[in-house]
Design a protein around this ligand. Structure first.
Ligand SMILES: [Mg+2]
Length: 296
């Protein structure tokens, strides 16, 4: 059993922090999503730059429509459950041996950049993207999940992965896997990557190394790698949020190297949500990934 950290035992504090982020929290993006007055909004700016979502409006001279929150028919805006927050509030503890994780990887802004919004299959790869993907597939179980349309996701994966590595990916999910209503599917709707959708999926469930013995994926062993924190709104302590890749081939530091080191650290955790809550991934801080042997 994990020990409770007295400093972190207040579920209320987590809920409050998530629902009422500090007003001074810096935002690196500009245009915010549109919501009806009085309704909940996606976090400001979180996905205003996301080019995956929905088509350009032809009546808008090629400009993109603002991103709108998902309708109730699409599940609305999710929040973490109290049970999720309680489980993540425990103190991190090490395992005796590392475990494979379910690693859920975004495409646009994370592994690649599409310079032309309308040319969905033309992209530049983030430095080390292929090597990173391959090593993730070698060490973990990988799902690729993008809010781009399925045919575009397929094209991107065919470019990024050899057939041999592609055959070892657990699942490739596109825009059709968000539970969006038909109208939201065709608009620039804020998409939420609810990890529960993965945990309930038969194909993903069967990919757990101990599935036949009752093992399963859950918040203790699933990580979502995405350039948008908002996408992980329902399971924020399972998110590795990267700076958006916008085509800088001389990116320093090399973000995917840092992510790989962080994943190596997570593999030693009894419950990765406790670790991510207490030591979230950051770029540019040497303590972002703490080697397992240095932890208490
Ligand atoms: Mg993205």
């Amino acid at each position: 059993m994990a020990e409770t950290d007295p400093k972190d035992s207040s579920v209320t504090r987590h809920l409050d922090a998530l629902r009422h982020p500090p007003a001074s929290k810096p935002s690196t993006t500009t245009a915010g999503p549109v919501a009806k007055s009085g309704t909940r909004r996606p976090a400001k700016g979180a996905d205003s730059r996301d080019r995956d979502d929905g088509p350009a409006n032809p009546s808008n001279h090629g400009d993109r429509d603002p991103i709108t929150p998902p309708s109730a028919a699409s599940g609305g805006i999710p929040e973490p459950t109290a049970a999720y927050l309680v489980r993540a509030s425990f103190a991190p503890m090490l395992r005796a041996t590392p475990q494979p994780l379910l690693v859920v990887i975004d495409l646009n802004g994370t592994l690649l950049h599409r310079p032309q919004k309308r040319a969905a299959t033309k992209f530049v790869e983030r430095p080390l993207a292929r090597a990173f993907l391959q090593r993730c597939i070698d060490k973990h179980r990988v799902v690729i999940w993008s809010s781009a349309r399925p045919e575009n996701v397929r094209h991107m994966c065919e470019r990024l992965l050899t057939p041999e590595y592609a055959s070892r990916v657990v699942a490739v999910w596109g825009r059709d896997r968000f539970g969006l209503s038909p109208s939201d599917y065709n608009r620039r709707t804020q998409c939420y990557k609810r990890l529960t959708r993965l945990w309930e999926d038969p194909v993903v469930r069967a990919s757990h190394p101990l599935a036949e013995q009752g093992g399963g994926w859950n918040q203790g062993n699933t990580v979502l790698i995405d350039d948008s924190a908002e996408k992980a709104r329902s399971e924020p302590h399972n998110a590795v949020t990267l700076p958006e890749f916008v085509g800088d081939m001389n990116e320093k530091p090399q973000v995917l190297t840092l992510v790989e080191e962080y994943l190596d650290t997570l593999a030693w955790q009894t419950d990765i949500s406790t670790y991510i809550r207490s030591r979230p991934f950051t770029v540019g801080r040497s303590e972002a990934a703490v080697p397992a042997q240095e932890q208490g």
